[in-house]
Design a protein around this ligand. Structure first.
Ligand code: ADP
Ligand code: MG
Ligand code: MG
Length: 362
């Protein structure tokens, strides 16, 4: 009997479109001999649509936030009393199609990568790929992530965090504090986001003030980091309690930094896999990657990103991404392909890890 895999994608996030591309690749690479794929699209308005391919999800979305067709609901395995928690249209599809054995959340950013969907799936008592509630939530919160890096002894850039209301109350004092403690250039980011959305590099006080205002539009917490003159490296981690780590890759960004445009629009950024760095540096990065994965209590998968300071030669951990981009040309699958695990085998392993983690928690 085939394993029924629900692939959840889209969602109420700034990274909605990125998710559609990832989900398309995931569905195309699940071995049809082994898996029956059930696409579950979430519109930007937050409506769940069963059986919608990523390409048609956008088309189905109506300007009024409604949807074009009538869709049936999704029912998870597990406790039937909680299935109605899942906000869906129409009646139950359980009898007709059978319940889902495992879910692959292919969502990036808020309501998907941040622990919210993971909480819902825990309550629905269904195995799912990737991190649990805690790992996903701290992996999305750049402040808490860095606090844990600090306490685990992982090398972190200097940073400051302010709440939106603090910024509104005393902007001059905050600008002064950033200038004395971090200097220029620095990077200003919404604490909970990804894909470089809302991130700006500030070279002076005017740019800094503007950058904080931009970040404050996206989040009530704003993080400001010391800017590093850096090369950027990424590596992929796979596993639960005994994770393995891929080769290290380098990103050569097409812009002054790896912004949204350099990531998704201009197609000029390059990946060098494996990175051209000394063996010792590679081993240091791989060691930190495993340490970060364990410190944040991650599971399944994560892409862990690093800076190499060109001036001092020092390695810094930048961040983890618990649901990294998953198209065939995305770094996470490419790093594994270069490490001997092709895309469809990677999906198989992730599904096994989801089932293993589910059993472990019973
Ligand atoms: P996201 O989660 O949106 O990818 P990141 O923290 O990874 O956010 O920042 C996006 C990009 O901005 C990085 O890949 C890097 O190019 C640049 N960047 C971010 N922080 C720094 C920093 N402290 N020093 C130098 N470059 C940075
Ligand atoms: Mg990120
Ligand atoms: Mg990043």
């Amino acid at each position: 009997k085939k394993i029924r895999v629900g692939v959840v994608f889209g969602g109420r996030s700034g990274e909605h479109e990125v998710s559609l591309a990832s989900a398309k690749a995931v569905m195309e690479n699940l071995d049809p001999e082994k898996y029956a794929v059930v696409p579950i699209g979430i519109t930007k308005a937050g409506q769940w649509l069963l059986g919608t391919e990523p390409a048609t999800l956008l088309a189905a979305e109506q300007p009024n936030g409604g949807i074009a067709d009538t869709f049936r609901s999704v029912t998870f395995t597990g406790d039937p009393t909680v299935k109605h928690l899942i906000p869906l249209e129409g009646g139950s599809a359980l009898g007709e199609q059978g319940a889902l054995d495992v879910i692959i959340p292919v969502l990036h950013g808020t309501y998907g990568e941040d622990g919210t969907l993971q909480g819902l799936l825990e309550m629905a008592n269904v195995p799912y790929v990737g991190c649990g509630v805690l790992g996903a939530a701290v992996g999305m919160d750049k402040e808490k992530m860095k606090m844990i890096f600090d306490s685990a002894g992982l090398p972190n850039v200097n940073y400051l965090v302010y709440r939106r209301n603090q910024w509104a109350r005393s902007p001059e004092a905050i600008l002064d504090a950033i200038e004395t403690q971090l200097g220029y250039p620095n990077f200003v980011k919404p604490v909970n986001l990804g894909s470089s959305v809302g991130i700006n590099k500030a070279h002076n006080r005017t740019e800094l003030e503007h950058a904080i205002n931009v970040a404050a539009e996206y989040d009530r917490k704003i993080i400001i980091e010391q800017g590093i003159n850096c090369r950027e490296f990424e590596c992929a981690v796979l596993g639960n309690d005994e994770p393995i780590v891929s080769v290290v890759g380098e990103i050569i960004a097409s812009n002054e930094f790896y912004d949204y445009n350099a990531k998704y629009i201009d197609n000029q950024s390059q990946a060098v896999i494996p990175a051209n760095i000394p063996q010792q540096t590679t081993e240091e990065i791989r060691r930190y990657a495993i340490a970060a994965f364990q410190a944040l209590d991650l599971s399944g998968l994560s892409r862990i990103d690093f800076f190499l300071d060109k001036d001092s030669g020092k390695i810094y951990i930048n961040e983890v991404n618990t649901l990294p981009g998953f198209t065939e040309i995305s770094m996470y699958p490419k790093l594994w392909a270069a490490s001997g695990i092709p895309y469809s085998e990677l999906l198989e392993r992730l599904i096994e890890l989801a089932q293993e983690r589910y059993e472990d928690r019973q």
